[in-house]
Design a protein around this ligand. Structure first.
Ligand code: FHN
Length: 457
C-alpha cells in the first residue's frame, strides 16, 4: 500500500506535468529535485547591511531586514550606513559547520534583499560589499567554496521585485494593495514613472548571471517577491538559469506560475502535496534579519515542525539572522544543535523518506473556530506523525504512553522496534484488519519525539 501511495503521489504530479505535453521537462524536474527532496532540511540565512543595526535605529526598535523601509531611512543616509559594514568575525567554514552539525543538507543566503545591496562581488553594480564597504571581501564566494568543500548544497536568495536602491521598481497597486506599498517612496515617490523592464535589464539579469557564473555550482535560485515581473520576464529568467546551470532548482517566487516548488512561509500546510514544497521559517519568533531583542522558538517546536513537514513530503528551510559582525546568534546555534542531536539518532526516519500513508494524525477541523478565510480552522494534533521508506513505516511519537494504536495500512508488519535502540530489541504488537497496536516500553528514548520503526514485507 505504501509503495502504491508514494508512487501514486509522484506519478500524479509528474502526470500533470506530462499532461502539459512536457514529459521531458517533468523527467528533468524529477532528476533535478531528487537530492533536494531527500535532503528535507536546509539553512536559510538573512544577512546584510541591515544586520549591523541589530534591529534598532535612532531609538526605534523591532526592525529587521526591512530596516531601510520600516525606519524610513533616506537612501543617502542608508548607503552611507552601508559603507561601514565590516563583518570582521565572519567565518564561512564556521557557518557551514553549524549547518552540518544541525543535520542541514543545503543552505540559501540572501545575496540581495529589498534594500538592493549586493552581498557579493557585482561588476554590474557598484552598490556591493566588495566595492562599497571597507570589508572588501566576497562572503558569497567564501560561503559557496566552504559549502562545496563540506558537501552542502549551496543556494542563493535574490529579491526580484523589490529594490529600494533602484529608481525603476514599482510595487503593489492590485489585489487590495495600494500602489507603491512596498516601494522606496522617500527617494522615488512617483510610481507612475517607474519602468520595471529597465530595472530587469539593468540590474536583475546581470546580477543573476553573475551569481550563476562566479561561484561554481549554485543548486538553488531562491527568488523572493516577484511583484511586477511579467510572464515573459519570468520565462526569460528561468531559461537563462537553465542554460547557465541546468541542475539549479528554482522556487515558485520567480513568478507567473513557474518554478520547481512551492514556498509557504512561517506556516506548515495542513496536508501533503503532490507538487514539491518547502516551508521557510525563522528560528527567531518572527524576524528574518538580526534583531538583538527578538524571542526564539524552542527546539521542541522546531523538531516537531521538521517531523510534521517531512510526514507531508515537504522541506524545512530554517532561517538564522547573523549579526553585523558575522556571528550566528548563540540562541540559534543552541536550537540547531538540539535538532542535529535528534537527527543523529533519528535521521533515517527523515532523510529520503516518503509521506505518511495516513494523514488524519496531522489534525482536525474545528467545529467552532474559523480561519482567516472564514472556513473551519484546521487544528494540528501533536500525538504522532508517520514517514515511510520501502519496507519501513516510521512512527514519530510526541505523546508517549503504554501503547501506540495505528490504523491499518495494507501491509503485514513483521517487526517493530525503537529506532534509537542499536540492538533493535523487538516490541510486541498485534495487528488485525482494523489496525495495529504496539506495546511501548515505559521510558521514551527522547523527550521530544521517539521513533518506532515497523518493518513489513
Ligand atoms: O519581505 C520578505 C521578507 O523580508 C523575507 O525575506 C521573507 C522570507 O521568505 N520573504 C519576504 C516576505 O514574504
Amino acid at each position: 500500500m505504501i509503495k502504491k501511495t508514494v508512487l501514486a503521489l509522484a506519478l500524479g504530479w509528474l502526470g500533470q506535468m506530462a499532461a502539459a505535453g512536457d514529459a521531458e521537462a517533468s523527467a528533468a524536474a524529477g532528476d533535478r529535485m531528487e537530492w533536494w527532496q531527500d535532503a528535507r532540511f536546509g539553512m536559510f540565512i538573512h544577512w546584510g547591511v541591515y544586520s549591523k543595526a541589530g534591529g534598532e535605529w535612532k531609538g526605534t526598535t523591532d526592525h529587521g531586514e526591512w530596516l531601510q523601509f520600516t525606519a524610513k531611512i533616506p537612501l543617502a543616509e542608508y548607503t552611507e550606513f552601508a559603507r561601514g559594514f565590516n563583518p570582521v568575525d565572519f567565518d564561512a567554514e564556521e557557518w557551514v559547520q553549524i549547518a552540518k552539525d544541525a543535520g542541514m543538507k543545503y543552505m540559501v543566503i540572501t545575496t540581495k534583499h529589498h534594500d538592493g545591496f549586493a552581498m557579493f562581488d557585482s561588476p554590474s553594480n557598484e552598490y556591493n560589499i566588495v566595492d562599497w564597504t571597507q570589508f572588501g571581501r566576497d562572503p558569497i564566494k567564501e560561503l559557496a567554496d566552504a559549502s562545496h568543500d563540506a558537501g552542502i548544497h549551496f543556494g542563493v536568495y535574490y529579491s526580484l521585485g523589490r529594490d529600494w536602491h533602484d529608481p525603476d521598481v514599482p510595487t503593489g497597486g492590485e489585489k487590495g494593495r495600494s500602489a507603491g506599498d512596498r516601494s522606496n517612496l522617500i527617494d522615488y515617490p512617483d510610481e507612475s514613472i517607474k519602468d520595471f523592464s529597465k530595472y530587469f535589464e539593468r540590474k536583475v539579469k546581470p546580477q543573476v548571471r553573475e551569481l550563476l557564473t562566479q561561484y561554481g555550482a549554485v543548486d538553488i535560485m531562491w527568488f523572493d517577491t516577484p511583484e511586477k515581473i511579467s510572464a515573459e520576464q519570468s520565462a526569460e529568467l528561468l531559461e537563462m538559469i537553465r542554460e547557465l546551470q541546468p541542475q539549479c532548482i528554482v522556487n515558485n517566487r520567480i513568478g507567473n506560475g513557474l518554478g520547481d516548488y512551492g514556498t509557504p512561509e512561517q506556516e506548515i500546510p495542513e496536508g501533503r502535496s503532490v507538487k514539491p514544497w518547502e516551508t521557510c521559517m525563522t528560528v527567531s519568533s518572527r524576524i528574518w534579519g538580526y534583531n538583538k531583542t527578538v524571542g526564539y522558538r524552542d527546539s521542541e517546536e522546531l523538531i516537531r515542525n521538521l517531523i510534521d513537514i517531512s510526514s507531508k513530503s515537504g522541506n524545512y528551510l530554517l532561517n538564522v539572522g547573523p549579526t553585523g559582525e558575522g556571528i550566528i546568534p548563540s540562541e540559534s546555534v543552541e536550537r540547531l544543535q538540539a535538532m542535529g542531536d535528534w537527527l543523529r539518532v533519528n535521521g533515517e526516519a527523515i532523510y529520503a523518506c516518503g509521506p505518511t500513508p495516513f494523514g488524519g494524525e496531522a489534525g482536525h477541523y474545528s467545529d467552532t473556530e474559523k480561519d482567516k478565510h472564514g472556513k473551519p480552522k484546521f487544528v494540528s494534533d501533536w500525538k504522532w506523525r508517520a514517514t515511510t521508506k520501502p519496507g519501513k513505516l516510521y512512527i514519530h511519537i510526541f505523546q508517549w504512553s503504554e501503547t501506540i494504536k495505528l490504523p491499518a495500512f495494507g501491509e503485514k508488519v513483521i517487526k517493530a522496534y525503537l529506532l534509537a535502540d542499536p540492538d533493535q530489541v523487538e516490541l510486541t504488537f498485534t495487528q488485525s484488519d482494523t489496525g495495529i497496536v504496539v506495546t511501548l516500553p515505559e521510558q521514551a528514548p527522547d523527550a521530544v519525539a521517539s521513533v518506532v520503526c515497523l518493518e513489513f514485507k
